[in-house]
Design a protein around this ligand. Structure first.
Ligand SMILES: [Zn+2]
Length: 236
């Protein structure tokens, strides 16, 4: 099972256009999600063992304060650098081996973040504001040494993390009516890509169930409306 229940919802999808001058024309370079609150544990959401390759701490005076953990993971015969940004604290160190579900740090609002359409100001951050807390999750293709490669199909060199899930051996959880969270969002996005359009609100309601059943029917799967291993494997 993929332990992905903790990141409760996506706050900013990959590749969205420039907003408030925060993102350049290439769009948002990752997926933002929140684990539920400022200071909440941020877990590795990548299956398998990956190594912490870099800890990035910019501006410890908290004025520009951007903290991130970079891990490297091999998927098939390709390497990827996976990063978790805007942390309020970091629990790992370079060289640590990280498994799925290991806590790597804590959610924060460091760096340039937006809350309610406005940048969280330096003053707010210095006052310990919890506005705009989230994790910026991004994936770069890298070579074995960790050097970034292939900037062709990207937003600042990154690839869509949902694509990354597709290519990885991440096992997605069995989902049914009543479930909520980031995994449900991925399911809804995946269904939409298969032309079973849905709003990605992260709530597995009757509408999502109907689309799952329709997809299962078309794919000649058991039409139980439950997204398990067989359904996932056809979806992604
Ligand atoms: Zn982001």
């Amino acid at each position: 099972m993929l332990r992905i229940e903790k990141p409760s919802h996506i706050t900013q999808t990959f590749g969205v256009n420039a907003r408030n001058g925060i993102y350049d024309s290439k769009g948002h370079s990752g997926v933002d999600y929140t684990t539920g609150g400022y200071g909440e544990a941020v877990e590795s959401i990548v299956r398998g063992v990956c190594e912490v390759t870099r800890i990035y701490k910019q501006g410890d005076d908290s004025r520009i304060h951007y903290w991130a953990v970079y891990t490297q993971v091999k998927v098939g015969n390709k390497y990827h650098q996976v990063s978790y940004g805007h942390l309020s604290d970091i629990k790992v160190k370079v060289g640590d081996k990280v498994r799925l579900g290991d806590v790597i740090g804590y959610e924060g609002n460091g760096g340039t973040v937006v809350s309610g359409g406005k940048r969280v100001t330096e003053k707010e951050r210095l006052n310990g504001s919890q506005k705009g807390h989230h994790v910026h999750f991004s994936v770069y293709p890298v070579d074995k040494s960790g050097k970034k490669i292939d900037f062709s199909y990207n937003k600042r060199g990154t690839i869509d993390p949902s694509q990354f899930y597709k290519k990885s051996d991440v096992i997605l959880p069995t989902l049914r009516k009543g479930n909520r969270g980031i995994a449900v969002k991925f399911l809804q996005l995946a269904l939409s890509k298969h032309r079973y359009r849905l709003t990605s609100d992260g709530v597995f309601g009757p509408k999502t169930e109907r689309k799952v059943i329709a997809f299962q029917k078309k794919s000649r799967l058991v039409t139980d409306g439950i997204c398990g291993k067989a359904t996932w494997s056809r979806l992604v």
